[in-house]
Ligand binder design. Structure first.
Ligand SMILES: [Mg+2]
Length: 370
């Protein structure tokens, strides 16, 4: 069995704005084989940048597009293909957009491996610790605390037992921060878990202060309060925070996650569409498990990433929560025929061969960037 082509397809809504809402566009990857089996994956990056990294021609041996790195390889040699992409892109890669682009190809290779062997991907990753994950609703803070409150209440009414609010107006003032978090808690009630995503808005001193102030509202974690390069700040914050610190969605490498764990972060959040696909996501998760920390996915893209997240999380002992984006964008909601419904607060891990997703080709055609 040989890889005959790799296709990177940009999808984009008619309007894209500055909100940190990753559901406005995406990059879908298809890997084709000489036996007719096709794998599908997704990249969370700047889609145009990641597509260029996949399509790029040869510059020299360690500067070539990912497509050239894997053409002619056996798609079942997933680790070998991963290494060929990593080594073939050393010149411009070793993390960042190149690692994000590798994710989409790797995801598609696991999809092929599952389809060929008749197994769901999680089983090929080592087998399942659980068949469903508790979904936490993930959405942005609303413009006003009252709007955040009303949204929190509606999420509980939809059956979620946990919700995360992030970015938006957080960080504009102390008064706004405390009003947003207190109203989120009020809307959720005392029995649902509240996660706060600060969206890189604080310096270290402010983050330490907010962690103590937010503790009154009993958050499950405080996410990404600091710039991803501020590892020293994470170490200072984690050593004094009364609240779990979560981070990692901007990181793409094993070394980056090791640094966060060294700094004392309680929850690492690899995005399977950024860190190098399921191959690397499970390695990051196991590294966290070895240090007795939690691993929870970051994921804000389409059903492809939801499925891939469910598979790698199911294969880990330290992952029982699923980030479940509840933005109502059409790519997020309709690209895959599978909708991954939340039932009594849980989402089932797919049991079909491969990732267990089917693309709606009409949706692909509608949003495809020519
Ligand atoms: Mg986040």
């Amino acid at each position: 069995m040989k890889i005959t082509d790799v296709e990177a397809i940009r999808l984009q809504l008619p309007t894209v704005d500055e909100r940190c809402d990753g559901t406005q566009d995406t990059l879908v990857v298809r890997v084709y084989t000489d036996e007719g089996v096709v794998g599908v994956g997704e990249v969370d990056s700047s889609p145009a940048v990641a597509k260029a990294i996949i399509d790029a021609p040869m510059s020299h041996g360690i500067a070539r597009g990912l497509r050239l790195c894997v053409l002619g390889e056996n798609p079942l040699d997933v680790a070998r293909c991963w290494d060929k992409m990593y080594q073939g892109s050393i010149f411009f890669g070793r993390g960042g957009a190149a690692q994000q682009a590798i994710s989409g190809v790797d995801m598609a290779l696991w999809d092929i491996a599952g389809k060929v062997t008749g197994q769901p991907v999680y089983r090929l990753l080592g087998g399942g610790f659980r068949s469903s994950l508790r979904a936490y609703a993930s959405i942005l803070f609303q413009d006003t605390p009252q709007q955040t409150h009303d949204l929190a209440r509606s999420l509980v009414e939809q059956g979620f037992s946990a919700a995360k609010f992030g970015w938006g107006p957080l960080g504009t003032s102390e008064a706004m921060d405390l009003a947003q978090v207190s109203m989120a808690r009020k809307g959720l009630g005392d029995h649902a878990d509240l996660m706060i995503d600060a969206g890189i808005c604080y310096d270290t001193v402010t983050a330490i202060k907010r962690a103590h102030q937010f503790a009154e509202y009993n958050p499950f974690w405080l996410e990404e309060p600091l710039h991803p390069d501020n590892i020293e700040g994470y170490a200072r914050l984690a050593s004094v925070s009364p609240v779990r610190i979560a981070a990692g969605e901007q990181d793409t490498t094993l070394a980056g996650f090791a640094a966060l764990l060294d700094a004392g972060v309680a929850v690492v959040q690899p995005d399977v569409a950024r860190v190098g696909g399921p191959t690397m996501a499970v390695q990051i998760g196991r590294m966290a498990a070895n240090r007795h920390r939690m691993c929870v996915n970051h994921s804000y893209k389409t059903g492809i990433s939801i499925a891939a997240s469910l598979h790698f999380l199911a294969a880990l002992p330290n992952s029982s929560l699923l980030e479940y984006c509840v933005e109502q964008g059409p790519l997020r909601q309709t690209l895959t025929r599978e909708t991954f419904p939340v039932v009594d607060g849980y989402v089932q891990v797919p049991q079909e061969p491969g990732l267990g997703v089917t693309l709606d080709e009409e949706v692909v055609a509608r949003y495809r960037v020519a």
